[in-house]
Design a protein around this ligand. Structure first.
Ligand code: JET
Length: 228
């Protein structure tokens, strides 16, 4: 998989070179390429924004600068993700789908956002014919300072699903049995007693059917307690 991220703060993406993701990139399974949006500006002040037509607070990012940056990386079959609190909510199912893509481009906006003609332009039939998709995506109902941290969240969730990127493929197989994509039951490991708290005895019973049903009921209780 090829990933491109376009941002005015490329340094936000430095942690992607660490640990598992860094190794996957060395192994050629994945390449993450970060691009400084200001590299596409031609004025001395490297301007990336201007006041909104129609008035209102804040600044809007320039379509032309974004267009040049995206044109440099886009190719047939690419999925262009625009991070925005107004987008479709990211979840495990979307991560699984995107983990099958050959090329994902993250547009990380700041200020009040990107001129909407960028989204409209790359949604035109000429791009659709090239199997290019544009998707507005949100990681949750809150407002961030910019799309960079949201892109990092998505990159971590997506890339760990690529075979060979995760350290332990067995835990992925077990995870995929679960409809939510992760384990919802509580876990315990040694020691058997810690600060007066015992591990639930059923987990030491060796009765795998009983353990599975206990875990299912614990998962349900946890959901009932925690879900919004
Ligand atoms: C976000 C993503 O805050 C989030 O995304 C970053 C962001 C902040 C401010 C403006 C902005 O504009 C994007 C845009 O898209 C067309 O203009 C994006 C919160 N949950 N998920």
């Amino acid at each position: 998989m090829r990933i491109d991220a376009i941002t005015i703060f490329p340094d936000y993406f430095a942690p992607l070179q660490l640990s598992l993701l860094g190794k996957a990139q060395d192994g050629g399974l994945l390449s993450v390429n970060v691009h400084d949006l200001r590299g596409q500006t031609s004025d001395t002040h490297h301007t990336v924004d201007d006041a909104p037509y129609g008035g209102g607070a804040g600044m809007v990012m320039l379509a032309d600068v974004w267009g040049r940056a995206i044109d440099e990386v886009i190719d047939d079959g690419a999925i262009l993700i625009v991070l925005t609190p107004a987008g479709r909510r990211f979840n495990q199912e979307m991560a699984e789908e995107l983990s099958q893509a050959s090329h994902v481009i993250f547009a990380c906006g700041r200020y009040e956002g990107i001129d909407d003609r960028v989204r409209i332009h790359y949604s035109q039939p000429e791009y659709q014919k090239r199997n290019i998709q544009v998707r507005e995506v949100s990681i949750g109902d809150y407002v961030l300072g910019g799309g960079e941290v949201a892109a990092m969240v998505m990159i971590e969730a997506i890339t760990r699903l690529i075979p060979g990127v995760l350290g332990n493929p067995l835990s992925l197989a077990e995870e995929s049995h679960n409809e939510e994509g992760y384990l919802e039951y509580p876990n315990f490991t040694r020691p058997k007693e810690w600060r007066g708290l015992e591990v639930p005895p059923i987990l030491l019973s060796g009765n795998h059917a009983a353990i599975a049903s206990w875990r299912a009921s614990q998962a349900q209780e946890r959901k009932d307690t925690n879900r919004n």
